[in-house]
Design a protein around this ligand. Structure first.
Ligand code: HEM
Ligand code: HEM
Length: 158
């Protein structure tokens, strides 16, 4: 949201534009921390049994959940790797940008060459791929609730 605000409602290189970018970066880092916690939790908890279904349904569901986890891991990593400005982290100090760490130099390429494919993945996954994944996923949740009439959607509630 902060990125769209930045592009649609503010002029480049103005304070509001910068604020929108920094909001995106800080939120992205916070999401990364939550994803790490979630993955740790996943491996240290008992997963609910699959509801009754065909072999195809189980394959599709596990494949989609893996894709969603992959998305949640790839987004913050590609965001950080393609980031050229330091992240002003909630008044606690700056996180240096990946560009400033100079680590990309070990690949022997210029920053622009390195940044391009990384940004491509980050922007297109974040702007388009996410809708495909989330709409199919939410559609599957509704399918469980209204067609299969099981408790898969309801058991998400506390
Ligand atoms: C869940 C995590 C994230 C999601 C869903 C996400 C999503 C997006 C989207 C949709 C865009 C805009 C694409 C466009 O221009 O059309 C974007 C741009 C960007 N993201 Fe992320 N992002 C995430 C995390 C991060 C993180 C952790 C960083 C850096 C530490 C980051 C850095 C950037 C940068 C530098 C841009 C380009 C901004 C611009 O050109 O205005 N992102 N991101
Ligand atoms: C309209 C929004 C959404 C609805 C209604 C929804 C609903 C559900 C339901 C019913 C489950 C099954 C829970 C179970 O097996 O007990 C689930 C699992 C899951 N959802 Fe969503 N979801 C939504 C959005 C999202 C988004 C945006 C993401 C990530 C980007 C996501 C990622 C996942 C993952 C990774 C699982 C599998 C968890 C696991 O078994 O480890 N969901 N969701």
């Amino acid at each position: 949201m902060a990125v769209y605000y930045r592009h649609w409602f503010t002029l480049p290189k103005t304070p509001t534009n910068w604020l929108a970018l920094q909001t995106h970066l800080v939120a992205g880092v916070a999401v990364a921390a939550l994803v790490v916690a979630r993955v740790f939790w996943f491996f240290h908890s008992i997963q609910p049994d699959d509801p009754p279904g065909t072999r195809f349904e189980h394959l599709a569901s596990h494949g989609m959940h893996r894709a969603l986890y992959l998305f949640m891991i790839v987004m913050p990593i590609s965001g950080y790797l393609g980031c050229g400005v330091a992240i002003e982290f909630m008044g606690l100090g700056d996180i240096p940008s990946f560009k400033d760490t100079g680590l990309f130099k070990s690949l022997g390429v210029a920053w622009e060459t390195f940044e391009k494919p990384v940004d491509f993945v980050h922007k297109n996954s974040g702007a388009y791929l996410v809708w495909v994944l989330v709409l199919l996923h939410a559609g599957a949740a509704l399918f469980h609730h209204y067609v299969k009439r099981d408790d898969v959607l309801r058991r998400m509630l506390p």
